[in-house]
Design a protein around this ligand. Structure first.
Ligand code: HEM
Length: 139
């Protein structure tokens, strides 16, 4: 159980590296006009997205494995249900990043630098809320 939890947290960290840094790359990518620089950004974004997806899959696998080690306790915990709801939102945000990555690759991004700066805060807020739920367990 503790091994599963340790691996769970390892993949959470790997997932968040990309959730934090991909939108930041988009912020810098918005104003790029030179083709070679544009191509370099596309490669960085694609590779980072792959690593981020591995982080997400590992988080789900080891999170669910931790849950299945003691389902009778966890399934009765309100904080875990709230956490899972936020993790589903986070996974949706991950999918949205993929749609933006495609838009940049096809040179049809229409969003501003400011838009990506604001969206960059979404994983921060969700991370804080999830950490409070798992550590404080308020309900
Ligand atoms: C993907 C679905 C997820 C599932 C099914 C899941 C499930 C779990 C379970 C059952 C525990 C053990 C809780 C305990 O014994 O106190 C746990 C621990 C933890 N989870 Fe998740 N989790 C998921 C995603 C996440 C995410 C996205 C984060 C961070 C944003 C996260 C952060 C943590 C942390 C920090 C702990 C350690 C808490 C502690 O031991 O005090 N989890 N998770």
């Amino acid at each position: 159980m503790l091994w599963l939890k340790a691996l769970h947290i390892f993949f959470v960290v790997a997932w968040f590296v990309g959730l934090f840094y991909l939108p930041r790359l988009f912020v810098y990518h918005v104003d790029v006009v030179e083709q070679s620089a544009h191509q370099r950004f596309c490669v960085m974004e694609r590779r980072l997205y792959t690593m981020t997806t591995i982080g997400m899959i590992g988080t789900w696998i080891f999170g669910l494995a931790t849950l299945m080690a003691a389902p009778e306790i966890y399934m009765k915990s309100g904080w875990l249900h709230a956490k899972l709801l936020l993790v589903v939102l986070l996974s949706g945000y991950h999918g949205w990043l993929k749609t933006r990555l495609r838009a940049f690759a096809e040179q049809r991004n229409s969003k501003s630098e400011r838009f990506y700066r604001v969206m960059n805060e979404v994983p921060t807020v969700l991370l804080l809320a999830i950490i409070i739920l798992v550590v404080v367990k308020p309900f």
